[in-house]
Design a binder for this molecule. Structure first.
Ligand code: ASP
Length: 342
């Protein structure tokens, strides 16, 4: 091949790559938990701080997508930003266990190959989402728990911290109130499910998560949490369970959930939404609404964020509010908290 032909074919493929990238949709959505989030319950300063942090996390992820980076990197950047804020129940804002420690859960799933990684009950990794990503790429397993997950994280060189790194006075005070309320409820009922249902939502919610679509058409989803306040006995919620709190498949959609984890596990929420999209041909909006309203019928409260390969976004929830933000394929930006915001 002469030089001219080589040059023109290189130029052609560069142009093709540019127009492919330019014409392909990208999208991202994030959440910072759902629950009894009303205007009365949030003062102005806190509301502003939450909106700013959500937007910062959203843009941290979106910048990756704009530059042609992967949906995996986009959700990692967004989740790291949220784990770094004390405003949300993940990373430095994690809730306390019954024993006044922190046990963190996280997971990630990639839509193009359905590879997944998860950690549960991890105590010393600064960014649990990075431990989940490392399980995906650097182990032959999908899920590691407890001391083993910490040992793995340490062994591959992820930044480690003391467990007290996750201490915050606000969450500590929340633990004391959760214990008080639990003992009051136990005095009037022996029914564990009833007690869990009656517990204030503030003790159950606050997880963070992200879903994204990149220029190559690949979906990814990730979720990170401190779990439920006052949890005992190594309780594991839905956040690290692939299919319950996190799911991504290029054939359907990417989902990250937040809510009363026990229900999200029992109803396999994230993968159920994607299954409806794939097998029933439902839109992500209909599939999400169906699953989230079915959940409410049995007492399960919370919400999900969803995206698909068209870069559409849906963020249904059945609580008063859900911290959420998104940029869809049309470039429309939303940063929302309450249920009456469009
Ligand atoms: N789903 C989480 C859990 O049950 C809690 C949350 O979303 O805030 O651990």
């Amino acid at each position: 091949m002469n030089k001219k032909i080589v040059l023109s074919s290189v130029l052609c493929s560069l142009l093709a790559a540019t127009s492919y990238a330019d014409s392909n949709p990208i999208a991202i959505a994030i959440h910072g938990g759902a629950g009894v989030i009303t205007r009365d319950a949030l003062d102005e300063d806190k509301e502003r701080a939450i909106r700013e942090t959500l937007e910062f996390a959203l843009r941290s992820g979106y910048a990756v997508l704009e530059q042609g980076g992967s949906s995996e990197q986009a959700i990692i950047n967004a989740i790291i930003a949220l784990e770094s804020s004390p405003l949300f129940n993940a990373g430095v804002g994690a809730v306390y266990t019954h024993d006044a420690t922190h046990e963190l859960d996280a997971s990630i799933m990639l839509g193009h190959n359905r590879q997944a990684g998860a950690v549960s009950g991890i105590q010393f990794t600064e960014h649990p989402i990075l431990a989940a990503q490392a399980v995906l790429h650097q182990s032959v397993h999908v899920m590691l728990s407890g001391d083993g997950a910490d040992e793995f994280s340490r062994s591959i060189g992820l930044p480690q911290v003391e467990n007290s790194f996750f201490n915050t006075p606000f969450r500590r005070e929340q633990l004391d109130r959760a214990k008080q309320q639990t003992s009051e409820l136990k005095a009037i009922s022996n029914d564990h499910e009833q007690i869990a249902l009656l517990l204030d939502d503030e003790f159950k919610f606050g997880t963070v998560g992200a879903v994204a679509l990149d220029q190559s058409g690949n979906l990814a989803a990730g979720t990170s949490t401190g779990g439920m306040t006052n949890k005992r006995f190594g309780r594991v919620g839905d956040a690290p369970i692939i299919g319950a709190g996190t799911f991504a498949d290029n054939d359907s959609c990417a989902v990250s959930a937040t809510g009363h984890g026990e229900y999200f596990i029992r109803y396999n929420v994230a993968s159920d939404i994607c299954a409806r999209v794939e097998y029933l041909g439902e839109s992500i909006e209909i599939a999400g609404q169906q699953v989230i309203s079915k959940l409410l019928e049995v007492g399960g409260t919370g919400g999900v964020i969803i995206t698909n390969r068209d870069g559409a976004i849906s963020m249904p929830f059945n609580t008063e509010g859900m911290y959420r933000a998104s940029i869809d394929a049309s470039g429309k930006v939303t940063v929302q908290i309450f249920s009456d915001e469009d």
